[in-house]
Design a protein around this ligand. Structure first.
Ligand SMILES: [Zn+2]
Length: 327
């Protein structure tokens, strides 16, 4: 595939432009659906919130493309993404695939696997969503999302990784991952590549949750893209502070890794279910957790550390293009 599946149809990788590689228009932990008598789905609110956010990013910073990393079991709603893309003018790429076992919804597939081999069923599903469309929407997934647990890739998760590679081999669709607290980055890369995945089309995610430079380099050394995609989410759920992250990012760029580095926020514009009740004390920690953080704070910080405009352009525009082009 030299084309990119957006929710409005195929484009070329050259048309992506400045791209946020791991974000969420909406997200709901499995089970949110059951709370709808109290907190019903508000489609209008979700669309308005996302259109307002993406329009501002486009007008203020030239954002052209946005990868929505919500897996099948996170409340993914492609028809809403389509409306948001039409109204904001930002290209949106959505995902097929499943979240990691601990916070996804593995029960259905675990039950089916107790009755027999589910590999063909998963392959059929991912393949259909990438090549035909999601349900009857005609909207095709443009990336496959898979994830692993803290310090382990479970058997369930391995099935997802292997299925993603099978579909990539036939379609060239990029694979983007979730690592839990930045663990198992090199192991994910090894698993995907040994199954036949193309390192040029693999993005190992949430590596901003790990500031160990040797571990970072062990991941980069597999030739994959490494996403620092939880910027602004700090001091919570095992995330380091941005102030601890910046020197490591600068060091990695100085060591020559700009051509494989991605930056994003994993920010959720609208939560499904009831609103989040973050404790008062946590609010200052997440003050910069929003998708403008890259442009408003991260780029200036990196420049202060000696990162050049050319390297910034590589990270925010050139690398997304190359991930989709397989370069
Ligand atoms: Zn995410």
């Amino acid at each position: 595939m030299t084309s990119v599946n957006t929710v409005l149809g195929a484009i070329t990788p050259d048309e992506l432009g400045i791209t946020l590689m791991h974000e969420h228009i909406l997200y709901g932990y499995p089970g949110w659906e059951g709370d709808q008598s109290i907190a019903p789905l508000d489609r209008g609110l979700i669309v308005n919130n996302a259109v307002e956010t993406l329009t501002r990013l486009k007008n203020d910073y030239g954002l052209q493309s946005y990868v929505d990393a919500t897996a099948l079991d996170g409340g993914r709603m492609p028809e809403i993404y389509k409306e948001v893309s039409e109204k904001s003018g930002v290209q949106i790429i959505c995902a097929t695939g499943y979240y990691y076992e601990g916070e996804g919804s593995p029960v259905y597939w675990k039950f089916r696997s107790s009755l027999g081999d589910i590999r063909e069923e998963l392959y059929e599903l991912f393949m259909r969503e990438v090549t035909v469309g999601i349900r009857d929407t005609g909207i095709k997934a443009g990336v496959i999302k898979v994830g692993s647990s803290k310090d382990v890739i479970t058997d369930y998760e391995k099935l997802m990784f292997e299925t993603a590679v099978r579909v990539q081999k036939e379609t060239n669709v990029p694979i983007i991952t979730h690592t839990q607290e930045g663990t198992m980055g090199p192991e994910q890369a090894e698993l995907l590549i040994s199954a036949g995945g193309d390192p040029n089309r693999i993005q190992i995610g949430h590596m901003s949750d790990n500031t160990d430079i040797d571990y970072q380099e062990a991941t980069f050394n597999h030739g994959v893209y490494v996403a620092w995609d939880r910027m602004g989410l700090q001091g919570l759920t095992g995330c380091p502070m941005d102030s601890e992250r910046y020197p490591v990012m600068v060091e990695l760029i100085k060591k020559g890794h700009a051509s494989r580095l991605m930056i994003s926020h994993d920010f959720i514009i609208t939560w499904l279910g009831r609103p989040l009740n973050l404790p008062e004390a946590a609010l200052p920690l997440v003050a910069n957790w929003h998708p403008g953080h890259l442009f408003e704070n991260i780029i200036p910080e990196l420049k202060q550390g000696g990162v050049t405009d050319e390297q910034i352009d590589t990270i925010i525009r050139e690398n997304p293009r190359r991930l989709f082009a397989g370069a």
